[in-house]
Design a protein around this ligand. Structure first.
Ligand code: PLP
Length: 458
């Protein structure tokens, strides 16, 4: 009531002369209605309340299905709340899987040279080729796939997370997905956002197949008990469990996808941590995978590019949808519509990562984090806990039987000022586990070990 009367007052007294509306009404009734609505809306905005929204745009109902917050912002919120109460606390973060060690100097040098060249007429370049610098795509194929992947099948991007979003946009709302449980939350959240799921019942979204990955099944799904899904998200080495699938396991996965006519989205973001020869670095090491799989990967964990942003997708030309059309064609359409090419500076850096010196540095960096993982893993084992991962992977997965993950998270924060990640944030299968990330400094890992020992009285 108040709104409409103040609107009318405003309409007549300040915006236009008193007699103008009646003149206009006789000549152009629809125009009067439109103009009146506009001025009303303008005034309403200044007296906005939650019960009286600013716009008439319906909210995407899929976003309403999502949980209150993405896992990492929730952890950051709890960490800030702790720091507010204890401003001098010396918190060590073993939480978010962000790299901490500097980018190799010669890689940074190549990026700097590229950046400076952009300031010269000869060195300037604008948009690059749609799918990335051909030289980089060739290098990715040669260095990381032994030349077995055609460069036409490589899409250079701004990172694996963005690629997962673009893949989901391509698949659309008409498919159903399967995920390892627990898993990297982006697979499930992006599925919810594009409308592939129903609502959440307890810990599970309707229409997602959760493939349980627990110590009992060596963190590999029991495929004979798993329902068919159109798309299978599979991450190895796994975030968060640290489990790395063996060749035999991946062969079973590919056979399973073939039998069911599914597509595997294989996330190999942690491939450079693999040291065991029986663990493939790519799904394409498995015979026949090019008929049923796509692979996403990233320079983030190879060389500390989490902030630089560079990744790639391998989409085999042979991969087809049910109607016989090629996935490559549709992905190219989505990719070039939603993305304008990876940064030329980042791509110059990517090329340097893949040269001889760069590959040595990748080894050095990943060895450093693997040693951190070993320290954290031993620290937890010494406390009598069951510990998984940490080999061929930067993640250590610790089991606290019968306890809630968030409860242990809070306990470690309160008592040892350690930030970890509660396993339940990765799906119901992560309950009673904590994930420790080895992407910390050596000093912090050793200090974390000391704190854990004194906390548990060892
Ligand atoms: N995939 C997995 C399994 C991850 O854990 C992460 C990041 O932590 C990503 C993808 C995202 O990688 P990027 O930095 O390339 O977006």
């Amino acid at each position: 009531m108040i709104h409409s009367s103040s609107c009318t007052l405003c309409f007549h007294s300040t915006l236009i002369p008193n007699n103008f509306s009646s003149q206009l009404k006789t000549k152009h009734p629809s125009l009067v209605k439109k103009r009146f609505t506009q001025s009303s809306t303008w005034l309403l905005a200044s007296t906005q309340t939650a019960a009286n929204p600013m716009t008439r745009v319906p909210r995407n109902p899929n976003l309403a299905k999502l949980e209150a917050g993405y896992l990492f912002p929730e952890i950051a919120k709890r960490k800030s709340a702790y720091l507010e109460k204890h401003p001098t606390a010396n918190i060590i973060s073993l939480g978010i899987g962000d790299t901490t060690q500097p980018i190799p100097a010669h890689v940074a040098q190549k990026m700097a040279e590229k950046a400076l060249a952009l300031a010269t007429p000869e060195g300037y370049s604008g948009y690059g080729p749609d799918l990335g610098d051909p030289e980089l795509r060739k290098k990715i194929s040669e260095r990381l796939y032994g030349g077995k992947v055609d460069i036409e099948e490589i899409f250079v991007s701004d990172g694996a997370k963005c690629d997962i979003g673009r893949l989901q946009m391509m698949f659309g709302s008409g498919v159903d997905i399967a995920v390892q449980d627990p898993s990297y939350p982006v697979y499930v959240d992006s599925a919810v956002i594009v409308g592939q799921t129903g609502t959440k019942n307890g810990s599970f979204y309707e229409n997602i197949c959760y493939m349980t990955c627990l110590p009992e099944n060596n963190f590999f799904p029991q495929l004979d008990k798993v329902a068919r899904a159109d798309i299978i998200f599979f991450c190895s080495p796994n975030n968060p469990t640290g489990a790395a699938a063996t060749r035999e396991q991946l062969e079973k996965l590919v056979q399973f996808a073939k039998k069911n006519g599914s597509i595997i989205v294989y996330d190999a973001a942690y491939a450079p941590f693999i040291r065991d020869e029986n663990i493939p670095q790519s799904i394409f090491e498995v015979e026949g995978a090019n008929e049923v799989a796509l692979e996403c990967n990233s320079f983030s964990k190879y060389a500390g590019f989490t902030g630089v942003r560079l990744g790639w997708i391998v989409c085999p030309k042979s991969l087809q949808f049910a109607d016989g059309t090629f996935v490559h064609k549709d992905f190219r359409r989505i990719f070039t519509t939603c993305f304008n090419g990876a940064s030329s500076i980042a791509q110059a850096g990517g090329l340097a990562v893949l040269d001889d010196e760069g590959m040595q540095q990748v080894r050095r960096l990943t060895d450093y984090y693997l040693e951190n993982a070993r320290i954290l893993s031993h620290a937890m084992q010494n406390l009598g806990l069951r510990v998984f991962g940490g080999e061929n992977s930067p993640y250590v997965w610790v089991q606290f039987p019968g306890r809630s993950s968030w409860e242990i998270f809070e306990e470690l924060l309160e008592m040892a000022q350690l930030v970890t990640v509660p396993g339940s944030g990765f799906g119901p299968g992560g309950e009673s586990f904590l994930r420790l990330s080895a992407f910390a400094s050596r000093e912090h890992c050793l200090e974390a070990k000391n704190r854990l020992e004194s906390m548990f009285g060892k």
